[in-house]
Ligand binder design. Structure first.
Ligand code: SF4
Length: 370
């Protein structure tokens, strides 16, 4: 395999490379995505869309994008608002460090760049939460700079087009893909080309069931010609995810539920969740009442364990057991910072992670049935 790749790199300025860009551009103009709300927008909106589109599909992002720009129409508006408001508008999109980085970055742009999104590639790359491919996409779309992108879709497409074996997240394979991405860049029409690569990766050269018969690259796609499409890209080496357990204490007082703000870093950083406790501290369900009295000053009468469910993060699995506790003497004032009682309806509008949203929706639905 090493020799074959070396030959590819030596020949990267051949007519095949030039043709590649022409075909991508032509295909984008005829079949690519047009009229996306951030296309042709200013750098702030392009940046926002690129961050939202990381790990999330276009169709999911569009309503979030509209709500976000309606609430935070400028970098200054985003910087001036609270992290809670930003997270609440992100709630449901997942990977919340993206939202926290957006917020801090907006504040940094206010301080360092007088509120104007920086135009130079190196300045964009220096901003928190913006990697090489995202910086390149912003440069290409907002400033028409000639920069190569290499997001997940493009990695897959190039790995197939050049029949490059090996996991694309591995450093040496990724370096090789970057070389290819750079070598294939056209001299002009970089924004259309970049959109075309993204569109082709998302719509045609998909992870499963790629649409090779309608692909503009089919004639010289090495994977297609060599019958290797199903094998490429090489899957990530399988590893067993570690498992963790947590008990969610759902303390209810009439329509209100107790929520706790999570630390800024780590999973669900800065989001509101029911208090969580390591199950080893609750050897029996009744221990939960004693725990709540000790930590939150509340007595509770009925304690009910709901079914355990699993939420999978990229690096571990979390088994969650929710315990429902009916509070009987809620303290009039919350002693601890980072704790709040909130009506379940209002809690659903707050910055909460998806599993908590589902739990609250179940509580809400249960109440309606009562
Ligand atoms: S021919 Fe098939 S495998 Fe090759 S780039 Fe096109 S869609 Fe992907």
């Amino acid at each position: 395999m090493g020799e074959r790749i070396y030959t590819l790199i030596k020949n990267q300025n051949n007519p095949r490379s030039e043709l590649f860009a022409h075909r991508i551009i032509d295909w984008q103009q005829q079949h690519g995505r047009h009229g996306l709300p951030w296309q042709g927008a200013d750098a702030y909106r392009v940046w926002l869309s690129e961050i939202m589109l990381q790990q999330t599909q276009v169709v999911t992002v569009i309503p979030y994008y509209h709500r976000f720009v309606a609430r935070f129409p400028t970098i200054a508006a985003l910087a001036a608002d609270s992290e809670d408001a930003v997270l609440a508008h992100w709630s449901g999109l997942g990977y919340y460090s993206r939202a926290r980085n957006l917020h801090c970055t907006a504040q940094l742009i206010m301080q360092r760049h007088e509120g104007k999104f920086p135009q130079h590639f190196e300045d964009i790359l220096a901003l928190p939460g913006i990697g090489r491919s995202t910086a390149a996409a912003i440069s290409a779309f907002a400033f028409h700079e000639r920069r190569a992108i290499l997001d997940g879709n493009v990695k897959r497409l190039l790995a197939r087009y050049h029949a490059i074996e090996g996991y694309t997240g591995e450093k040496k394979i990724e370096a090789l893909l970057w070389q290819q991405a750079e070598a294939l860049l056209p001299k002009r029409d970089v924004a259309v080309y970049t959109q075309g690569l993204m569109d082709l990766g998302a719509l045609v050269c998909t992870r499963s069931k790629p649409q090779c018969p309608i692909c503009p690259l089919q004639a010289d796609c090495a994977a297609f010609q060599g019958g290797l499409v199903a094998q490429l890209p090489t899957p990530r080496p399988r590893k067993v995810l570690p498992e963790r357990h947590s008990t969610f204490l759902l303390l209810l007082d009439g329509p209100d539920i107790l929520l706790e703000k999570r630390p800024g870093s780590g999973i669900w950083g800065g989001l509101w969740c029911p208090p969580q406790v390591d199950p080893q501290f609750l050897s029996k369900v009744e221990d939960a009442s004693a725990y709540c009295l000790q930590h939150f000053g509340t007595e509770s009468k009925h304690t009910l364990a709901l079914s355990t469910f699993t939420h999978t993060f990229t690096h571990f699995k979390l088994h969650i057991t929710p315990l429902l506790l009916q509070v009987i003497n809620k303290p009039t004032q919350i002693q601890e910072p980072g704790l709040m009682w909130l009506d379940v309806d209002d809690a659903l509008q707050a910055a909460i992670p998806t599993p908590v949203r589902k739990l609250l929706q179940e509580i809400q639905a249960g109440r309606r049935l009562m």
